[in-house]
Design a protein around this ligand. Structure first.
Ligand code: HXC
Length: 259
């Protein structure tokens, strides 16, 4: 896959998508969103990619939406820009494979919101997070009032979005915004280690697991539990369930086929 604002590589079942507008600190513009949307379609269809890592490289994750573009936008332009953004970000959130955000440096505004679409977030010790939109006269528009509130609770979400101040990596860890903080030179090693573990899990069960959790975040408890029961039972019609339990009984490692 060739892009102008993204880099993509894959190796041993792991895809790595890197935001690549370094001069603008990976600020997210329409071109990047269109390319992200196309990249997610390709990744969804690529059986060689079992797990995806999204990163911004070693210096910055992303400084948010492109202010140079947004500064000249009217409501109509903003409406189509944010619709494009949601279309691309939803594809990340709904990808039927695990997605890991590996965050170094700043994850601001839309950058932080992109990381919220990922299933697992890890960051380097130098990472900072903020939803600074309020300081520009707007509010988060790419999930920051919704995904962030669901992840860390409305209290912390209001604190971050109303003040707009950055938080450091340890605070992000304490809030549950990230699962792990590592030294900067360990970030990609750790992300790949987690990805390799996930790539060895039964993909069908992972797919259903992700769907059950995401679905449950948006419905009442009874509906979520009903969905969980149904898909739990459904997995017993897969070969991977037979293999997983047979391997346990035979005291050996399972070999999953994704069926
Ligand atoms: C466009 C940006 C940018 C952005 C940085 N740049 N952030 N361009 N949109 N969001 C550009 C700068 O203009 C500058 O270009 C270059 O990147 C380097 O930035 P500096 O400001 O010189 O670097 P530094 O002093 O290190 O400060 C870094 C920074 C600051 C703290 C990240 O740039 C900053 O506050 N940026 C804005 C962050 C923000 O408010 N994000 C939320 C956006 S709103 P030149 O050409 O001058 O070298 C949002 C909502 C949209 O995200 C949601 C949909 C996607």
């Amino acid at each position: 896959m060739e892009f102008k604002t993204l880099l993509f590589e894959k190796d041993a079942g792991i895809g790595i998508l890197t935001l690549n507008r370094p001069k603008q600190l990976n600020a997210i513009n329409g071109e990047m969103l269109t390319e992200l949307s196309n990249a997610m379609d390709n990744i969804a269809a690529d059986d060689e990619v079992k797990v995806l890592i999204i990163t911004g490289g070693e210096k910055v994750f992303a400084a948010g939406g492109d202010i140079a573009f947004m500064s000249g936008a009217d409501s109509l332009t903003a409406e189509s820009f944010i619709a494009l953004c949601h279309q691309a970000f939803d594809k990340v959130a709904n990808l039927e494979k695990p997605v890991i955000a590996a965050i170094a440096g700043m994850a601001l505004g839309g950058g932080c919101e992109l990381s919220l679409c990922c299933d697992i977030r890890i960051c380097s010790e130098n990472a900072t997070f903020a939803q600074p939109e309020i300081n520009l006269g707007i509010i988060p528009g790419a999930g920051g009032t919704q995904r962030l509130a669901r992840l860390i609770g409305p209290g912390w979400c209001k604190y971050l979005t109303m003040l707009g101040d950055p938080i450091d990596a340890d605070t992000a860890l304490r809030l549950g915004l990230v699962a792990k903080v590592v030294p900067p030179d360990q970030l990609m090693t750790e992300a790949k280690k987690i990805a390799a573990k996930l790539a060895a899990k039964p993909p069908g069960a992972l797919r259903v697991l992700k769907k059950a959790i995401n679905y449950g975040m948006n419905v009442d408890l009874a509906s979520g539990l009903a969905f969980e029961q149904k898909v739990f039972a459904l997995l017993f019609s897969t070969q991977d369930q037979k293999e997983g339990m047979k391997a346990f009984m035979e005291k050996r490692k399972p070999v999953y086929k994704g069926r």
